[in-house]
Design a protein around this ligand. Structure first.
Ligand code: EPU
Length: 337
């Protein structure tokens, strides 16, 4: 039987561990159950909120509505060509289980995205990325339910309008769709991407360059730097790395000769927000129940009992000081609910 729970705490359903409540909560493992929950909300004149793995949201208030948690499973092969295989994956598949499946089957494309928390359905929303690879490099299309019409629709990769930690699902379609399946293409003769940071060095310690070893190296780097949400509440990078005009960057470089950057175009560079936040003295700082992670300044943490507002206040303090010191506006990466 499909049960919609009433008045529950969302603490177990967000990796920040924020104790906000939901009027109704529906864990739906089929498209039909998602539709049922949408109809239930509409009948009761309540808004719908979608939570996947809860690893990239900050709950800032109690949710007076129906929280739908689409946990549709399944990894189905749909196409098998000389060079690639195409899979239709349920939005509720744990992202890292999908990566493990790919690597175990000697299929490349997502190995650099090992160990990212969350579910497959969130991968296109954020266009999740790490170590020089983004989800958009393997996404073929996205299946979703349109809340307003309850129709099943499909968006191809172009229609998803992917950008850096960005897509149409964070802009025009925000709050309007429930992603049910994502189609991925994986490669039989993968091109390894090993240029980012110390990935190549970490890989050398493991021996041959293989999908298995890339996965191991990425997991090793991530576990050294990023806090485990099961131990300490967090949602990964809280801010995006800002894109800054080269002229502005050159001025900053005179004052801070060690400022790192990644080239973007002839006009812009990307500066690691973690560096700016560390330079501004926030790394490891604790304010009440929340703070800035001591190994990666881009990650805000809940030491226990912090509210969404506490975290937003900390974030605002960081944003203000980065603006004052460097003249740069930090944009949030995490979604507010
Ligand atoms: N840095 C510091 N101090 C810090 C953190 C970073 O100085 O405390 C500087 C260093 O110069 C370092 C550089 O920032 O070389 C880059 O740091 P890191 O490799 O840790 O990556 P990042 O730019 O901080 C991004 C993603 C991460 C992703 C890593 C690896 C964003 C917002 N974040 O972080 O994604 O895992 O690259 O590819 O782009 C996430 O989105 O939740 C996430 C964890």
């Amino acid at each position: 039987m499909f049960v919609i729970k009433k008045d529950i705490s969302l603490k177990p359903y967000n990796t920040f561990g924020i104790d906000a409540s939901a009027s109704y909560y529906a864990k739906a493992n089929t498209v039909e159950k998602v539709l049922y929950a949408i109809n239930f909300a509409s009948y009761n004149k309540l808004p719908v909120f979608i939570i996947g793995g809860g690893s990239n949201v900050l709950l800032t208030q109690n949710l007076e509505g129906v929280v739908i948690n689409p946990v549709i499973q399944g990894i189905q092969l749909h196409q098998d060509d000389e060079n690639e295989m195409v899979f239709r994956v349920g939005a509720g598949v744990v992202w890292d289980k999908f990566v493990e499946f790919a690597v175990n089957n000697n299929l490349g494309g997502v190995e650099n995205l090992s160990h990212i928390p969350g579910l497959v359905g969130a991968a296109p929303i954020q266009n999740i990325g790490a170590y020089g690879v983004e989800a958009k490099d393997t996404i073929v299309k996205v299946e979703a339910i349109e809340l307003a019409t309850r129709k099943l629709i499909e968006l191809n990769a172009t229609e998803c309008e992917f950008g850096y930690r960005d897509s149409i699902f964070k802009r025009q379609q925000k709050g309007k769709l429930v992603i049910t399946h994502v189609w991925f293409k994986l490669f039989k003769k993968p091109k390894f991407v090993l240029e980012y940071g110390n990935l190549a060095d970490e890989l050398k310690k493991l021996g041959e360059v293989s999908l298995q070893n890339i996965r191991k190296a990425v997991i090793s780097i991530r576990t050294q730097k990023l806090p485990d949400p099961a131990v300490i509440g967090n949602a990964g990078s809280f801010f995006k790395n800002p894109e800054v005009a080269i002229s502005h960057f050159e001025t900053l470089k005179q004052r801070y000769p060690d400022i790192p950057s990644f080239p973007l175009s002839s006009e812009f560079v990307k500066i690691p927000a973690g560096w700016l936040i560390e330079k501004a003295g926030w790394k490891g700082k604790r304010i009440g129940n929340c703070g800035v992670h001591d190994k990666q300044a881009l990650v805000l943490v809940n030491y226990g009992g912090a509210t969404g507002s506490d975290i937003l206040e900390l974030a605002a303090g960081i944003q203000q000081s980065i603006k004052e010191l460097f003249g740069i506006e930090l944009e949030r990466e995490v979604n507010l609910l």
